[in-house]
Design a protein. Structure first.
Length: 227
């Protein structure tokens, strides 16, 4: 198989040879016994030690805006924490939600709600659709893909470039296919390559026309973009 050939151009014999070569390469990789932790952003023990002081209970439990931080409620998170990170991220406090430590848990919660109830602009719950598809920039985060697989959502790969996902490929897919409901995207330091989506590409992804009425632009949900 030459560098510029696609699989659809290969003869049956060449396809069989290509499969055998890839299977042999995979078997060699498995046999090497590698045990790699590719978890994105996982700190070392030394880094964790730096935050030991944060584990002590504060002497004051009421925030400056009068919220008892020990209790339930406040779905957006503690205002002071949001203000601190809003400054670091260059956004307004109202645009930021301070939640738990696992973005993957939040993404599963949002997908579950959409699957059972649908979104604001959904015709029906996603679980009642004949087919639900997601655009997946490749290379991407394996746990995002596993989450979609668990829901039975079909994954449609697009190339990841130095500027972010191939916007032309994404636009072509979402323009005419109402079954495409969303897209996984880690816009800053994407796993596993560390790529950062440019402002131009981000704006285009957020504004491009889509056949699905419930494929919406967002910075915290998987219905187009997630961090």
């Amino acid at each position: 198989m030459s560098e510029h050939q696609s699989l659809s151009e290969l003869s049956p014999a060449d396809l069989a040879a290509f499969r055998e070569a890839q299977q042999a390469a995979y078997d060699d990789l498995v046999a090497s016994g590698l045990k790699l932790d590719l978890t994105r952003g996982k700190p070392s023990s030394e880094q964790l030690d730096l935050s030991d002081g944060l584990l002590a209970l504060p002497t004051t439990t009421t925030t400056p805006d009068g919220v008892d931080a020990r209790n339930y409620g406040g779905l957006a998170g503690v205002t002071e924490l949001r203000a601190m990170f809003a400054e670091l991220l260059g956004i307004e406090v109202e645009q930021l939600s301070a939640q738990g430590a696992s973005s993957l848990t939040l993404m599963k919660d949002v997908l579950s709600y959409l699957w059972l109830k649908g979104g604001v602009d959904s015709v029906r719950p996603w679980g009642a659709e004949e087919k639900v598809r997601f655009v997946c920039p490749v290379p991407g985060y394996d746990r995002h893909f596993t989450l979609l697989e668990w829901f039975g959502i079909e994954m449609v790969p697009v190339p990841m470039t130095d500027e972010g996902p191939d916007a032309d490929a994404v636009a072509a897919l979402v323009a005419d296919d109402p079954s495409i409901k969303g897209m996984w995207l880690v816009p800053t330091y994407a796993n596993p390559t560390g790529q950062v989506t440019s402002q131009e590409v981000a704006e285009r992804l957020a504004s491009m026309p889509a056949a699905a009425p419930d494929l919406r632009s967002s910075g915290t949900t998987p219905t187009r973009c997630t961090t």
